[in-house]
Design a binder for this molecule. Sequence first.
Ligand code: ADP
Length: 494
Amino acid sequence: MTTGRFKVVMVASEAVPFAKTGGLADVVGALSQVLASRDSQVFLFLPFYRSIKKADFNLRKKRDLFLEVRDKKEPFRYFTSSNNGVIVYFVEKDEYYDRDALYGTLEGDFPDNLIRFSFFCRAVLEVLVREELMPDVIHCHDWQTALLPLYLKTLYSDSPGIEKVATVFTIHNLAYQGIFPSEQFPLLGLEWKYFTPETLEFYGKVNIIKAGLVFSDVLTTVSKTYAREIQTSEFGAGLQGVLKMRSGELWGVLNGIDQQHWNPEEDKFISHGYSFHNLMGKWLNKKKLQISQGLKVGKNIPLIGIVSRLAAQKGFDLIEEVIDKIMGLGFQMVILGSGEERYHSMLKKMTSEYPQRIALNLKYDFPLSHQIYAGSDFFLLPSRYEPCGLGQLISLRYGTIPVVHKTGGLADTVKEFEPQTGRGNGFTFKEYSPSSLIEALQRALKTYKDKKIWENLVSSVMKLDFSWDRSAKRYEEIYEEVARRKTQKNTRNE
Ligand code: ADP
């Protein structure tokens, strides 16, 4: 096997363009395509959600199969399709996936998520066995697919060729672990010996992500700093011990962005294309954004953009504490986000106090996100923690300068700008506190007011390369390494 020629099975609960709730979908979709374009054979497995069913993805083959679940035959089907060189498999089981949402409603997660996603993991392995499609690597992502490496070593351990298959598990966000009451453990079809503190037990409950952390051959996460952070009690969300034990097999690989999709020169969602050669279009987009958002129009009014899930992770508590100071500095703000109700009401209250200065859009709106990335001067992402973060990468591509908390992937991608040397690409604050955030914004504003320095900064960050190629290469090295270790282990066991 040589680099660039792997047979990879990607397993995830979401991937663009099929189903998306967050960055996970961007990453799985883009990584699959880039690996395929670099000569690997990539098979992507997804649940057949209602949204996929309704869209027209030119589905081809279908086959009826079943799983033995608690002495009962549970039927399911699968369809295939292809997307830019990736063969996509959809697992159809309507009672689990034919719903309006992927994971839950506003009231909370679906109560049967353990069954839904354990079934999905088993169904993927069943298809691989029945299709004789044993790959070099099965690459799983986040808790929804974490059981697969364990099923591979238990329920499927006798399947022909399975001993050669290496498993890679990527942590996109350790805060989401898939925790369920212990009474649901028998639904997994595993022996009780897998319900111990060394395996799936977690403070008396079942913790699904632990299956991936303990039983996959190699672990990765989406930035080097986050890989270090999650081994500490501050960021490890209770799993730092397990991760520390596996630190020799835990690597950080930074996410990329699809530079063709996020391209200010050819973006069909913005009215004026622009590039680092000619920033006129950026100002015209800013003007358009100010008008459409009901803000005062002015080229020199500093405009902050925010595009974010509304969740505790994303730092809105800090923004709330210093909003008066932010407004006092003369900033305008356009916010696009959706998520938890408490942030909806917090932001509504904040906006009502500054109706002409803050524009609030509580929704998921793809075109508007492009317009904000293009039309803002600054992109604010003060996350308490951030595994990688895509917003700051997209904003750099659009010459919108990020102001971020120095954590996880934000620390790895945004470096403090030094006006004297011209080094750096944004503004960062180390301590997670309202005063540090304000100080970063003050430094950003000071630089903004020096038009020459600012324009140089804007055009220089637009040239940075955060494309997927570099990361895909790193994943190929990891596949190579894990396959080598697997062969060595098998040889030793023979
Ligand atoms: P996370 O996965 O934690 O939400 P990331 O930064 O990894 O954060 O990815 C967020 C992605 O979702 C980015 O592509 C961002 O532009 C997009 N996004 C977030 N909120 C919205 C929204 N309300 N409308 C449109 N796109 C959004």
